[in-house]
Each structure stands twice: as structure tokens, then as C-alpha cells.
Design a protein around this ligand. Structure first.
Ligand code: 13P
Ligand code: ZN
Length: 270
């Protein structure tokens, strides 16, 4: 049997969480990542898919029944994933009842999946309806996006347009914009439901005074989405104290969208 640590999906989770930590997005145990993986890929490493433990999830994820998900553990530090993936990550399969997770690998120290599993799985369900190729949900605490939620209007059109105006690339990378939620208690089914509702329309959802969620087809794409928004937010905060002499106008935003053939949110550019 092949060594699962060498599996592409484990290695990618290790590299991505290391990069997220390196960029300061994930202090201590901050942040969590989940990625749907094909059963046929899991089979190469775990032939019998023996269930190690069954862990109740406390919400219904029937739409993902039978699906395997590699996910970070609750309380685990991203800085440690690469050196000990088997403790800090787990592979769960959503059980037939839709409310239990069957642990197939990982969480070696008796740990379990992230406390934000409701937001992850509910967001997966929402994104899969929009894009059947969506595989990844990523949550982190990037400093600039987070800071921006203290000083910027939380109206999602206004929030998005501020970012679009910071770097040309923002319109190219996220023409669909960002959803924004007001501060809510994290780790609950309620914030999971609210996030998933926004995920029907957006691939990124900002949690005011907390962080951001991103969705994508793979880890690179999802990481890149958040990275671009975070850079835009950094520029916004850098220029905010100064008098703006020139900026990317609505006319420019339209030019960018036309040139790069991307469709921005209806009615968001005048
Ligand atoms: P977990 O350690 O449970 O993944 O929680 C971290 C976090 O970012 C909560 O929002
Ligand atoms: Zn968080």
C-alpha cells in the first residue's frame, strides 16, 4: 500500500497551510481548510477505508453523503501541519445518515475536525450547486482584510469596489466580488448557514472582525483568491490616510472586465 503522507492531496494541504502560516494569516490554531477528495484517490492509500471513529457533526450534510473530505483539525496549528500531517489533518467520509463523520485517517492524537465544519460543509454544498468542480473551502484571518472590517462600510458592493479600485488584478481575479457578514459568533451552525447563503453568490465571504472564507476548484485557486483580496486590502489601508490623487475609475473597471472577458456583479459598476 502506498504511503498516504506522499499523496498529492496530503502534500498540497501541507504546503498550503505552511504558506498561509508564513503569510501571517493563521496565528496559533487560526484558520481551517477542507478539500473534497475522490474516493478512488483515497482507495490508493486506504484500500479498505476502515472507519477509525465515527464523530457526530451536529448538523445535516446529507448532500455530501459518501464524500471524502481532507480537513484540518480543531485547535491545531498550521505551522505544525507539514511536520505532522497525521495528527493535524484528518480524512472524513460523510456517513449515510448525513450527520456523522467517519474518520478514515488522521487526527492521530484523538482529535477531530475543525470547529468550523458547519461553515465548511454547508459552503461546499452551496458552491457545488453553482460549480460542480468546486473542491476547496478555506478560512483564515488575514491581517488587512480583517483590519478593513473595522474602518470600512460593510456593504458588500462598497467593500468590493474599494478592493477592485486598489489593483487592476482584483477585478480580474474576483469579478464576482465578496460577500460580507457582520460579526457573528464563530463555530456555530448559524454562522455556517449565513456563510453558505452568501456562498450561493460569492466565492469569498468576509467575516467582520474575524477573517475570510474562500472557495475554489483547488487549493492554489482558493489561496490566490484570498491572497489577491488581502493585497488589495493592504493597499487600501496604506493609502487611506492620504489624499487620493487618482484611482481606478468605473470606466477603467469596465475596460478591465471587457479586456479580460470577465463578468462582474450585475449593476456594481456604473
Ligand atoms: P479551529 O481550530 O477549530 O479550526 O478554529 C480556528 C478558527 O479559525 C475558528 O474560526
Ligand atoms: Zn477563524
Amino acid at each position: 500500500m502506498k504511503n498516504i503522507i506522499k499523496a498529492k492531496f496530503v502534500q498540497e494541504m501541507c504546503d498550503t497551510t505552511a504558506n498561509m502560516y508564513r503569510l501571517g494569516w493563521d496565528e496559533r490554531n487560526g484558520g481551517n481548510v477542507s478539500m473534497i477528495i475522490e474516493d478512488k484517490d483515497v482507495e490508493k492509500y486506504l484500500k479498505n477505508r476502515k472507519v477509525i471513529r465515527t464523530i457526530p457533526m451536529g448538523f445535516d450534510a446529507s448532500a455530501l453523503k459518501g464524500k471524502c473530505v481532507i480537513v484540518t483539525g480543531t485547535g491545531k496549528y498550521f505551522k505544525n501541519v507539514k511536520t505532522d500531517p497525521e495528527t493535524n489533518l484528518g480524512i472524513i467520509r460523510i456517513a449515510a445518515n448525513g450527520t456523522d463523520a467517519e474518520l478514515l485517517w488522521g487526527f492521530k492524537d484523538g482529535g477531530k475536525f475543525t470547529s468550523e465544519l458547519p461553515a465548511h460543509l454547508m459552503s461546499h454544498i452551496a458552491r457545488l450547486k453553482v460549480d460542480p468542480k468546486n473542491r476547496v473551502i478555506m478560512h483564515c484571518h488575514p491581517i488587512n482584510i480583517l483590519s478593513m472590517t473595522f474602518v470600512h462600510d460593510l456593504d458588500e458592493k462598497a467593500f468590493t469596489k474599494t478592493l477592485w479600485r486598489t489593483i487592476t488584478e482584483c477585478m480580474v481575479v474576483f469579478p464576482d466580488g465578496l460577500g460580507v457578514l457582520p460579526w457573528m459568533l464563530c463555530g456555530t451552525n448559524e454562522i455556517g448557514e449565513a456563510t453558505a447563503e452568501k456562498m450561493k453568490d460569492f466565492r469569498m465571504v468576509v467575516w467582520a472582525q474575524h477573517g475570510i472564507y474562500g472557495a475554489g476548484r483547488d487549493l492554489d485557486e482558493t489561496f490566490g483568491l484570498i491572497e489577491t483580496a488581502e493585497k488589495g486590502a493592504e493597499i487600501y489601508l496604506k493609502i487611506k490616510p492620504f489624499e487620493i490623487k487618482q484611482e481606478i475609475t468605473d470606466e477603467n473597471l469596465k475596460e478591465i472586465a471587457e479586456w479580460f472577458k470577465v463578468a462582474y456583479k450585475d449593476g456594481w459598476v456604473d
